[in-house]
Structure formats: structure tokens, C-alpha cells
Design a protein around this ligand. Structure first.
Ligand code: 4AZ
Length: 261
């Protein structure tokens, strides 16, 4: 994503400035490296619907959400350059370096037909598994459930992504909660890249808690129901730049068509 690349030099400057400040200020003022960015470790036993989306060697590159025994919702941008043969879904594996859980091959990949780039919306895909996952799926929003996106609602994000911008992935599954951001505020942050019909933002005004690289495709859960898909953002956990998620109510009927096919 272009935002990630643009982020790099600024992050390096901030890291240097932060290190200098740490020498001057109390060490306790410097936050320790955190999950996702800012959050806690968890397990796939606690969140059985969270899936690793991996390559054929079971190297995780995106997240996904189990919505039926053989259907996984993920981001369209995660499927760029992929084929059903090249992808696996791994359930029940809390640690990236684990070998436990259940590995499924993929028999079909549906990518939203209008998808071009995450910042244009339509960032949704559904994977059909060749074998069933023995884990409890999560319900997803229906098209009329738009009240879940009321600004300030608490949303849970999950993934194995980097624990800071340009950082390293987390070996253990992480989770955090972030408040939903209004369309007006998110449009203020991202201008025309924020397509309100297809996206929803979540994050704190001051940043510090966010999804990051490698969390893409994973769940945004509001009130126990899948309501979004981790999609994009300007860097990670920056003040004034919340994470952007696919607005699942918009795609719910298309997802259902895939889930029931
Ligand atoms: C990514 O590249 C990514 N801060 C995911 C989420 C966000 C940014 C980038 C949101 O997978």
C-alpha cells in the first residue's frame, strides 16, 4: 500500500526522536512494543473464528474470518496475485511458528468483481475451503445492521500483524479494541480515499492502537458480530489516521450469496 511506503521515512524520524526523548525523559514514559499496535495477546481458543491466511508453505500473510465451516471472509487485496492452489487457511493455531490446528486447501476464491485497490473500496473476498474447519464460525452483519457503525462503538480487531509501523509480525495472535470513527471524521483524515459506502474507520483520535501490516483481511467485530474487514490506513496507529475497514453491511448480501453457493 502506498501509505505504508510513504510512512517509512516519517517513522524512522519519529523513532530517532523518540529514542532521544527517552534519554531525556523518564524511561517509563516510553511505551513498550505492543500487539497489533497497542493491545494484548490472545488465543484462537478464545477467538476460534480467526483464521490465518497463508501460502502453500503455511506462512501467514493475511487474516480471515470463518463465517461457515467452509467459508472464510478476507480482504480482496490479500488475494492479489493468488490462486486457489497457492493459498491455505489455518485455523486453531495461535502461534505463527506452531504446527497445530487445522489446515484447509482452498477450492475457490471469490473477489468482489469491482475491486481494484483498497482505497477504492470493494475490498472483500470469500474463500471456499476444500474441507471443513472444526471451529465455531462467527455471525456477520446483515445489510440492515448499519447501526453497528455508530461513532464511538467499541470494535475488536485481531491478527498476527506487525506490532508497530514497519515493525515485526507478532508470533502470537493479538487483539485490541478501538472506537468506530464517524464518516465525517474519517473523510477529514483521508479525503476522497475514504469511500463511506464501502468503508468504516476505527481508532482513537490520539492513535496508539490499530491494525497494521499483516492484519489485513482479519476481523473487525462489533457486538460479537463480524462488521468489517481490515483493509488499509495511513501507516499504523498514527494520531488522526484511524484504521480503515471494509463496511461489511454493504457487502453482506454478496457474501451471503457466496456462503450459500
Ligand atoms: C496492511 O498493510 C495494513 N493501520 C493493515 C491495516 C492498516 C494499515 C496497513 C491500518 O496490511
Amino acid at each position: 500500500m502506498s501509505g505504508i511506503n510513504r510512512a517509512r521515512s516519517a517513522a524512522a524520524v519519529l523513532a530517532t526522536a523518540g529514542a532521544a526523548a527517552a534519554l531525556l525523559a523518564a524511561p517509563s514514559a516510553v511505551a513498550a512494543p505492543q500487539p497489533i499496535v497497542g493491545g494484548t495477546t490472545t488465543t484462537t481458543a478464545a477467538y476460534p473464528y480467526v483464521m490465518q491466511v497463508t501460502d502453500a508453505s503455511q506462512n501467514q500473510f493475511c487474516g480471515g474470518t470463518l463465517v461457515s465451516p467452509t467459508k472464510v471472509v478476507t480482504a480482496a487485496h490479500c488475494m492479489a496475485g493468488e490462486s486457489a492452489r497457492s493459498v491455505r487457511v489455518v485455523g486453531g493455531r495461535t502461534y505463527l511458528n506452531g504446527s497445530n490446528g487445522t489446515v484447509a486447501r482452498v477450492s475457490r476464491i471469490w473477489v468482489h468483481p469491482d475491486y481494484t485497490d483498497a482505497t477504492n473500496g470493494d475490498d472483500v473476498a470469500v474463500l471456499t475451503l476444500a474441507s471443513s474447519m472444526p471451529y465455531k464460525p462467527v455471525k456477520y452483519v446483515s445489510s440492515s445492521d448499519t447501526s453497528v457503525y455508530a461513532a464511538g462503538n467499541e470494535a475488536r480487531v485481531l491478527g498476527w500483524g506487525t506490532t508497530r509501523e514497519n515493525g515485526s509480525s507478532s508470533n502470537q495472535l493479538r487483539t485490541a479494541t478501538v472506537p468506530v470513527v464517524s464518516d465525517a471524521d474519517c473523510g477529514g483524515s483521508y479525503g476522497s480515499d475514504y469511500v463511506a459506502s464501502d468503508m468504516v474507520c476505527a481508532g482513537l483520535p490520539s492513535g496508539g492502537v490499530d491494525t497494521c501490516q499483516g492484519d489485513s483481511g482479519g476481523p473487525l467485530v462489533i457486538g460479537g458480530v463480524l462488521a468489517g474487514i481490515t483493509s488499509w490506513g495511513e501507516g499504523c496507529a498514527r494520531a488522526g489516521y484511524p484504521g480503515v475497514y471494509s463496511r461489511l453491511t454493504t457487502f453482506s448480501d454478496q457474501v451471503t450469496a457466496q456462503v450459500t453457493s
